[in-house]
Write a new protein. Sequence first.
Length: 598
Amino acid sequence: MKVSRATLAVLLASLLALLLGLILSSDIPFYFGALIGLVLSIWLVRDAIRQGGLGSDVLALISIVVTSLTQEWLAASIISLMLASGRALESWASGRARSELESLVQRTPRTISLVDGSGATSEAEIKMAKIGDRFLVRSGEVVALDGILESESNFDESALTGEPIPNRRLAGQEVPSGVVNLGAPVVLRATTTSESSTYAALVRLVQKAQASAAPGVRIANRWAAWFVPFSLGLAGLTWFLTGETSAAIAVLVAATPCPLILATPIAIIGGISRAASRGAIIKDGGALEALARCQVLLVDKTGTLTLGGPALTRVQTAPNHSADDVLRVAASIEQSSSHVLAKTVVAAANFRALALPPASNVEEILGEGVVGSVLGKAIRIGRLVEPAPAWVEVTTGIQICVDEDGEVIGVLDLEDPIRTDAAETVKTLRKLGLKRILLVSGDRKPAADAVGKAVGVDQVFAESRPKDKLLVVSAEQAKSPGRVLFVGDGINDAPALAAADVGVAMGARGASAASETADVVIIEDSISRLSDAIQIAQGARNRALQAAGIGMALSILAMFAGAFGWVSVTQNALLQEVIDAVAICIALIPSRLIRSSV
């Protein structure tokens, strides 16, 4: 995390002015220190007014003005340094400015391979393509425009739908832009332009969602809502009753909200650092504050509650056949296929260290699967044909049938496995104060319902497109303003991540667009890091409130001491620094992350 050059320059100039004044025993450097603080406080108050309110900075402005008018230059310079220090710390906690759309825009195809009547291809800017143009999509490339397929292929559509299993589309079917071609090169006929494509619409959804997302409110400003009028009232009352201007100024100097300006960002920084050490990147202090207050969780399924890809979960076998024998035969044939499911079968066989006999005459047949010969027997790997044998348990997941010489000898069950820590994480989140947990997925209803039941969510929204997820987010925000958290990992989640009060991206495997749009990124491939991040955020926020509360209570005591004439203006400025040190020490006390205590 970086502090901007301007903020750092102001901090160094304020510190230099104070040190030179003390070393030279001269007020002249203090003049410059006071001037720096005056300009900075005016700037901050102006920004606060533009955002619709007055924050804690208004007291700093008043204190600098009155101490300067009464020539209490040392006090003015000290206040200026504390103000600059607070802004530098807050800038550090917030991190460098980021563009949430950068990654999403970078992924957008910029060129397209147009195919003419003779079959020759030529590269052109995507904006030059027109509806009806034919274009080539090579293996592994992103489909640039929505189009009609001229030949079948497999596509990874998880970025748009959340469905982890590749989808096979036949000739004549429409393919949306933004998906990835997993098969051989294919030609499509464009049905949209670059501006009206599915992917372009998704980018606009993110832009709209981000534009409507409310900015976070600083803890300091919320406390200042009552502390500012209280301080001004006490200073005014002191002057009215005593007629002593110096006493009223002493009250204002003691009221300079340095515990708010310094202790709060320090506690937030500590929380951000601890979260990073636990595998969760919280991008700024506002995100940490909001994360600590969330009470409603909307979570995607694929790659979030599940691992995000197919895995072999069971091998059903016919009598007199073993699971290893069935898997060995299937993997021998599947070695010749580039299909994602085939790779999963081969990986499962390799994991079991099975020796794979050679396969011959391997051929992929449309609608049937893969056929070939293993050890002199005819093998077919494909879909389970009804009626299934009595020993087969038919499920809603993916089932690959293994035939040997026309007889079913086994069925491979493949699923997107639920993360082992998903159910426990849901329980932990409830203990942390999450009142409602909803599963919002683009996957099929049976799969989504099964996962939702297994992990214990309150409600399931299946087959949800990006617009649908936005509607769910908006509906929950209407019920719980400022308390809605969304967790996802794909491009299809980016609009919802941007619209939610806090967006959390599973960054280990998630789309970079999701990671850039989110406020929090889980960099380790574990959903349990979400509960860690929330617990750390709650601890940091509580520590910030404690530090600020104790610091302000001591400041109020100093204000009354100034009102009764027990301390001078400069003495109260120095006393304020002691109070700052106390508040900072409290803010630096780490909040331990102990799961068993949750």
